[in-house]
Design a protein around this ligand. Sequence first.
Ligand code: GTP
Ligand code: MG
Length: 251
Amino acid sequence: MRFWKFVLRRKKSLHYINVRKESLNKIRIAVFGYGGVGKTSIIKRYLFNVFEENYKRTIEDDYTQVIKYRKQIFFINILDMAGSYQFPAMRKLAIETCHGFLLVYSIDNKKSFEEVKRLLKIIIEIKGRNDFPILLIGNKEDLKTRVVSKEEARQLVENLGPRAEYLETSSRYNTNIDLSFKSIIRLIDEEKIETFKEKTKNIENTDTQIRAKTASIKNVTKKNCNIRERKYGSINIRSFLNSREENVYRL
Ligand SMILES: Nc1nc2c(ncn2[C@@H]2O[C@H](COP(=O)(O)OP(=O)(O)OP(=O)(O)O)[C@@H](O)[C@H]2O)c(=O)[nH]1
Ligand SMILES: [Mg+2]
């Protein structure tokens, strides 16, 4: 008995690991923002630790990275979206399939901050909620020509859900780049674990409900049996039927 209990417990834990591996450890991040704010530079600094002065517009690029986080392997998929040539269909697909977003603006460009607000509206509309993981990034913080204040950005984030945070970065000087990705991965992981727990809780609830129902059905059947036994308990049914048959024959 003990052995089987042990096997069952192990099977359960292995199942849990498999579920985690398949659904929890795959993370898709989309990087959105106005053209030229430094989205590609941020990604390249994070992945390859390089910085290019030349500006080359992106259509759409896709990077995959494997990292170790909380003693587990995570597969990170980073989508580098176009700032200049935006395709609504591609954007919609990215928003629907991604778990979290880096919304980048440049601190020296007011238009790029307005673009972030516009993108936020689109994301909220497509997702249908505003509590998904978002990291607002004010890039090029090394520049002295600031036009977007930290206060403005903080206010924008405060109006969003509990999974929105704000950071200022510089891909030129590698400031807060690693931290940005760590933050978004943490926000996504927290959300995933919570929804996973919620789902498991629902399954457990249904399980207990089913068990309770089965138990009540068993009780009812038992009760019926008891009643039947009580009714016919004292009578020998065979002799009862025989006597009836005899009666019929006699008639
Ligand atoms: N000073 C400074 N310049 C930066 C920084 N990050 C990027 N740049 C420069 O900004 C320009 C645009 O950078 P990209 O990374 O190509 O911008 P992008 O957002 O990917 O642009 P699109 O692909 O067109 O949407 C390049 O010339 C970079 O060298 C930064 O942190 N500081
Ligand atoms: Mg780019």
